[in-house]
Design a protein around this ligand. Structure first.
Ligand code: ADP
Length: 414
């Protein structure tokens, strides 16, 4: 079996896959790590088990995961040796990691070097990897990076127009995030369309609490909306998205705000929340807009407009598009937002089948008429599945097989 681990600053998510990745045998989340009220929610079969884990740190959380997986009553394995490989999510692989890798001491050292690029995330990712290696030293561990899918972007898309030495010496460049999601979704979209991914130009709209718009040409990310930090691109739940950076100097010099105050505003008080004044949750913003709240309506207008601008610019970057693909919380669940984004993009060959759009029910679906020049689609993301796939491939399960076959194996398993 393959275990995936996604270690965040105050949470740890895990999924245990059967060897063909056909089933999730058990999964769960440990919440509020390092805070009061730490607990584990473990799911196996139809059962849900909740336990308090007072005082547990990330090491304690991982121990609880293994204990629950082995539990005689609600476990999923009889022996720890049944876990044959572990896949870890890491947020930032810098410009070192262009793809997922098997964990070695050298990889850990290189990952540590990437920490300044993601000071909040990489350290906890590293804790998860170290602790898992301590508990299961004899199995292969694989690390999958949120940034690596975007590493192949051409220089004209990833270099910022600052003095060049900031790029050359300080690694200041566009990195992008949500790469694991966009890689999975673009591969699944190609499968669903029944066309080779090499022939397709897609715009992936990952619209969740975080938002990434990604231009994927021939299966490669060629441009992406998030840049260096994680607040650029389209406005998000609480993050601003793009604005004129000149404002930062103005807020600092004229409004006497400290840089850390401005940073907190850009990351935590902006986006849907900042504009609507109501919520960072798109559902609430839509509800209030329908009820007549003008600022909620404005927040939605801005969100939709920003997504559409990126779709248009990426169509220009790729000389057109063959597929517009929606994923993540908003992209998968809001027919209204999909409709607002898609209508008006007919000049790109995008056409929406409104009935199909309204009928999307959690599964992947094509929501454009068959004659449309570009397919519009909903493809539920599954980052864990992508991590498990890479883990299977790199730990020996699918060695020597090319990625297209690996995706096919996943589709068959589904
Ligand atoms: P995260 O980035 O935290 O993984 P998700 O992908 O789960 O986020 O997406 C969370 C977002 O999805 C929230 O803004 C939530 O309001 C939105 N969302 C979920 N369901 C709906 C829906 N039916 N309509 C509109 N937005 C939705």
């Amino acid at each position: 079996m393959i275990l995936t681990i996604n270690c965040g600053s105050s949470s740890l998510k895990y999924q245990l896959y059967t060897p063909d990745l056909g089933e999730v045998a058990a999964k769960g989340i440990i919440s509020r790590i390092g805070e009061a009220g730490t607990s584990i929610d473990h799911r196996v079969g139809g059962r849900k088990i909740r336990q308090d884990l007072p005082g547990a740190d990330h090491a304690g959380a991982l121990e609880a995961v293994i204990a629950n997986l082995l539990h005689p009553e609600w476990g999923a394995i009889g022996d720890i040796a049944e876990i044959e490989a572990i896949g870890h999510r890491a947020v930032h692989g810098g410009d070192t990691f262009v793809e997922s890798v098997l964990v070695t001491d050298e990889v850990i050292a290189q990952l540590e070097e990437c920490t300044p690029l993601a000071p909040l995330h990489n350290p906890v990712n590293l804790v998860g990897i170290r602790e898992a290696r301590r508990l299961l030293p004899d199995v292969p561990h694989v690390v999958v990076f949120d940034t690596s899918f975007h590493q192949g972007m051409p220089p004209h898309a990833h270099v910022f127009a600052l003095p060049y030495h900031y790029y050359a010496e300080h690694k200041i460049r566009r990195y992008g995030f949500h790469g694991t999601s966009c890689r999975y979704v673009s591969a699944r979209a190609a499968e669903i369309l029944g066309r080779p991914i090499e022939d397709l130009r897609m715009v992936i709209c990952h619209l969740g609490n975080g938002v990434t718009i990604d231009a994927v040409s021939g299966g490669r990310s060629v441009d992406t909306s998030i840049g260096f930090g994680t607040f650029s691109g389209v406005m998000m739940g609480t993050r601003s998205g793009d604005f004129d950076p000149g404002l930062i100097f103005y807020m600092h010099k004229k409004l006497n705000m400290s840089l850390s105050d401005i940073e907190a505003i850009c990351y935590k008080e902006s986006g849907l929340l900042g504009v609507s004044g109501v919520s960072n949750d798109m559902r609430e913003v839509v509800e209030q807009a329908v009820a007549g709240n003008a600022r909620c309506a404005l927040a939605i207008d801005m969100f939709v407009y920003m997504v559409r601008k990126f779709v248009g610019s990426y169509a220009a970057a790729m000389d057109g598009i063959d597929a517009l693909v929606f994923t993540a919380g908003i992209g998968e669940n809001s027919a209204y937002i999909r409709s607002r984004i898609s209508h008006g993009l007919e000049f790109l060959g995008v056409e929406l089948d409104d009935v199909a759009n309204d009928q999307v029910n959690g599964a992947a679906a094509i929501i454009s008429p068959a004659h449309a020049r570009a397919a519009t689609m909903v493809v539920p993301t599954d980052e864990e599945k992508m991590i498990a796939l890479d883990t299977l491939r790199l730990s020996g399960g699918l060695i020597g097989r090319d990625p297209a076959e690996v995706y096919l194996a996943a589709a068959v398993a589904e």
